[in-house]
Each structure stands twice: as structure tokens, then as C-alpha cells.
Design a protein around this ligand. Structure first.
Ligand code: PGA
Length: 244
């Protein structure tokens, strides 16, 4: 059975003290990963030790180690106590030119270092308007994660995040989201078999909030959410978790 999950993605928000305050408010929430900036990871992981909340990095390097000033390796992320890493977020693809190949390498290194990966895919507005969303997510999966073995795949959670819905207040309708989630699951079934596809957690992200979460999560192929803006306020994030 696949895991239902609501993951937070703080992005570049909250200084360390603010992050600690928010994590403290979330401490009792069950089994949900929160993605924090690198500098928060060790402190927040320590704070949440013994609670069911897991900590996620929002990125890791595409190299193992060495002369890459300013980068943070998957091994370093793991050493903080973090258990997850979010990779392939559209903001990384768009603003930091992360290619399919680079992401494939990041995923490989994350898994090799014992991290679980929340891998994001999704189309931009023009692609949706041209009816190309299926093509886009297929290429993103084939380009970066469909080279993984069946064993490695068990540590992958997918997040479908239409770029036009991220931070815009424009949410995909439950019908739009369900349609593409079912398509994504069919691609996983073709690649890894029906059972693996049934076990794959596929999150929805993009202006998911405490008001629309229940309706989205009620869809058969939507297994939870990846939450940006609404994850910055404990009350809202906890309400979304309750809608799971
Ligand atoms: P949002 O961001 O909830 O603020 O739209 C979601 C995400 O980018 O993961």
C-alpha cells in the first residue's frame, strides 16, 4: 500500500530561529516530511528527533564531493539527520538551469547516500495550453528517474506540480489533477509494473491549501500534497495534513 503524505517546502523562507519556531509548532504532526533550507537541517532534525516528522533538504549537489564551492552533497544532507531530499522542483529547473541529466545524477547520489527522493515534475502554462502536459511529464520522468532500478524506485515519491499553479493561487481542479496523476501512474506501471505503480506515492503541489486540500486528496490517484506557501503557517499546514 502506498503512503499518504503531506510534505512542506519552505523554499528560501524563514531564518534559523523562525524555522525552529515553526518546526516546534509542527512537532506532533504525524509522519510528514518538511523541506527546509540547508542551514536549518541539522537543528530541525535534532529538534524533531523522536517525533514522526521527517526532515527534507530542498536540493543537493550533482557531484559526490570535492572542489564545488558553495555546494552541499547528498552525503552531507544525510549526515544532518535529514531523510528526504526534494529534487527537480520547477524553481530549480527554471532559475538554476537544472537539466534532466543533472537531476538524474542528483537522484542517483541521493539514493546512494540513503536519502529518499521527492521528485517533482510538471508543465508550464504554455505547455498546458498547447495540451502537451502528458508529453512533458513523460519526458521529465524518462530523462531523470526511469533509469532507476526497481529497488531504487521504492525510495521515490513523485510530486506533480503544474508550474502555472505554484505560488499563483491558481490550483489545478481535482479533475485536471486526477487525470494527469492517473496518467503518471500508468507510466510508472509500464516501466516498473502495476504493483510498483500502485505503491508509488504521487503528491499534488501548486497552491494547495487548507481550503482545497480535502477535495484534491479525495481523488484516487492523488496521495497527498507538496505544500509551499501554506506550509509556512503551522495552523494551515496542520489543517492540510488533517485533510489527508
Ligand atoms: P505553493 O508551492 O504551495 O506555494 O504553490 C508548492 C511548491 O512549489 O512546492
Amino acid at each position: 500500500m502506498r503512503t499518504k503524505m503531506v510534505a512542506g517546502n519552505w523554499k528560501m523562507n524563514k531564518n534559523l530561529q523562525e524555522g525552529v519556531a515553526l518546526a516546534t509548532e509542527l512537532k506532533e504532526a504525524v509522519k510528514n516530511p518538511i523541506g527546509t533550507p540547508f542551514i536549518h537541517l541539522a537543528t530541525v532534525a535534532e529538534l524533531l528527533k523522536g517525533s514522526a516528522i521527517k526532515v527534507a533538504a530542498e536540493n543537493c549537489a550533482d557531484h559526490e564531493k570535492g572542489a564545488y564551492t558553495g555546494e552541499v552533497s547528498a552525503e552531507m544532507v544525510k549526515s544532518t539527520g535529514a531523510e528526504y531530499v526534494i529534487l527537480g522542483h520547477s524553481e530549480r529547473r527554471q532559475y538554476y538551469a537544472e537539466s534532466y541529466e543533472m537531476l538524474a545524477e542528483k537522484v542517483r547520489l541521493a539514493l546512494a547516500n540513503g536519502l529518499k527522493v521527492i521528485f517533482c515534475i510538471g508543465e508550464v502554462k504554455e505547455e498546458r495550453e498547447a495540451g502537451k502536459q502528458n508529453e512533458v511529464v513523460k519526458a521529465q520522468l524518462e530523462g531523470s528517474v526511469f533509469g532507476l532500478s526497481a529497488e531504487e524506485w521504492k525510495n521515490i515519491t513523485l510530486a506533480y506540480e503544474p508550474v502555472w499553479a505554484i505560488g499563483t493561487g491558481l490550483t489545478a481542479t481535482p479533475a485536471q489533477a486526477e487525470e494527469i496523476h492517473a496518467y503518471i501512474r500508468s507510466l510508472v506501471a509500464e516501466k516498473y509494473g502495476k504493483e510498483a505503480a500502485e505503491d508509488t506515492t504521487i503528491l499534488y503541489g501548486g497552491s494547495c491549501n487548507e481550503k482545497n486540500a480535502a477535495e484534491l486528496f479525495a481523488c484516487p490517484d492523488i496521495d497527498g500534497g507538496l505544500i509551499g506557501g501554506a506550509a509556512l503557517v503551522a495552523e494551515k499546514f496542520l489543517a492540510i495534513i488533517a485533510a489527508r
